[in-house]
Design a protein around this ligand. Structure first.
Ligand code: PEP
Ligand code: MN
Length: 362
């Protein structure tokens, strides 16, 4: 999967894309652009023209006329403009209006038919395409969408991480699940990736910390919903920042560099990593010892016709290990995940033993 990607911006990372969730009126788009531009040097101006909404009877976007407003506002501040496309017709209209860049929304990435239709509408056209993660935490769907657009001849692809929806209650509107974009990066090391903190956070007060985490993870940029009057925005009012708040938030972020040229830093890092290597090696040895015992128990359960899964034992494991973890100052939630993985692995080992045919069937 060694694909070639180009970053569509020359400016230093992290690049910033800002603008309102939706284009509402010509004045609102223009005024938002001007106020943002007075605060910070963005790389592109955003606005949604066609809005995919979860429930009917919400504002669904102003449609085609908004494209001209957006393009004009971009010209006014001398910046490229970007909007969301969800089908082939949208692509056609956006290209006609000379929109500079396109993004595919989370609700479209989930649908290979629409992504394919968009990819075909883009065949032979040189335009940067940003691809948001699908709403569900499915890495392959995200990869598939990137491949479809790439196969249409587009190298200027940027992934946008906007979080994943979940039935569970959380402080976030969409769970960041940072491990998924990290896995994406492992698949496509050259693929630029930016973070959309607005749709992850869902509320203004969490935007800064999500942005900082994206920078900590070496993201290439941010796309932040910014509106001149967020409380009266026609969509996503809780999560939009004012241009002034955007400027202040960006100033408060601590930039991180991909690497440090400082030899002292590198030596120290190398020394600590060697220690980690040793520890990982002993962790794996311990795990192998544990699995040998698990296999022994598996044989024993088989001989005695006892079920593999024992709820009481699992509860006991979770309870005791949670106590041990907290004494060791380990994060309980992460430890639960790790123990669940180890437990599934153990069940797999014992299942294989139970399923083994008797060696000397009589
Ligand atoms: C948006 O960017 O306004 C939007 C609709 O985003 P998402 O596709 O991430 O929900
Ligand atoms: Mn939005």
């Amino acid at each position: 999967m060694n694909k070639y990607f180009e970053f569509p911006f020359e400016s230093k990372k992290p690049i910033v894309i800002a603008g309102s969730c939706s284009a509402e009126t010509e004045e609102q788009v223009l005024e938002t652009a001007k106020q943002i531009s007075a605060q910070t040097d963005i790389s592109a101006l955003r606005a949604g023209i066609w809005k995919p909404r979860t429930r009917p009877n919400s504002f669904e976007g102003v449609g085609v006329k908004g494209l001209t407003w957006l393009k004009a506002a971009g010209k006014e501040i001398g910046k490229p403009v970007i909007t969301e496309v969800a089908n082939g017709k949208h692509v056609e209209e956006a290209l006609k209006a000379e929109i500079d860049m396109l993004w595919i929304g989370a609700r479209t990435t989930v649908n290979p038919f629409f992504v394919q239709e968009i990819a075909e509408a883009l065949e032979g056209i040189n335009i940067p395409v940003f691809i948001k993660n699908p709403v569900n935490p499915d890495l392959n769907l995200w990869i598939g969408a990137i491949e479809r657009v790439h196969d249409a001849g587009i190298n200027n692809i940027v992934a946008i991480h906007r979080g994943f929806s979940s039935f569970d209650q959380s402080v976030y509107r969409n769970q960041p699940m940072w491990e998924i974009p990290i896995a994406l990066k492992a698949n496509f090391p050259q693929l630029p990736i930016i973070c959309d903190p607005s749709h992850i956070a869902g509320s203004r007060d969490l935007i800064q910390e999500v942005c900082q985490q994206a920078l900590n993870l070496d993201y290439d940029g941010l796309m932040v919903e910014t509106h001149l009057d967020p409380n009266n925005a026609w969509s996503d009012k809780e999560q939009q920042l004012t241009p002034l708040a955007l400027g202040e938030m960006l100033k408060s972020l601590k930039p991180r560099q991909t690497q440090s040229g400082d030899i002292k830093f590198q030596n120290k890092l190398e020394e600590l990593r060697l220690k980690i290597d040793e520890l990982d090696n002993s962790l794996l040895k311990k795990l192998a010892d544990r699995m040998a015992l698990v296999a022994e128990i598996g044989e024993y359960k088989k001989e005695n016709n006892v079920a593999i899964f024992q709820l009481e034992r699992w509860k006991e494991i979770l309870e005791t290990r949670s106590k041990w973890a907290s004494i060791l100052n380990l994060d309980i939630e992460s430890m639960h995940k790790l123990l669940s993985e180890i437990h599934s692995y153990s069940i797999k080992v014992q299942t294989e033993i139970m399923d083994e045919k008797a060696e000397n069937p009589s």
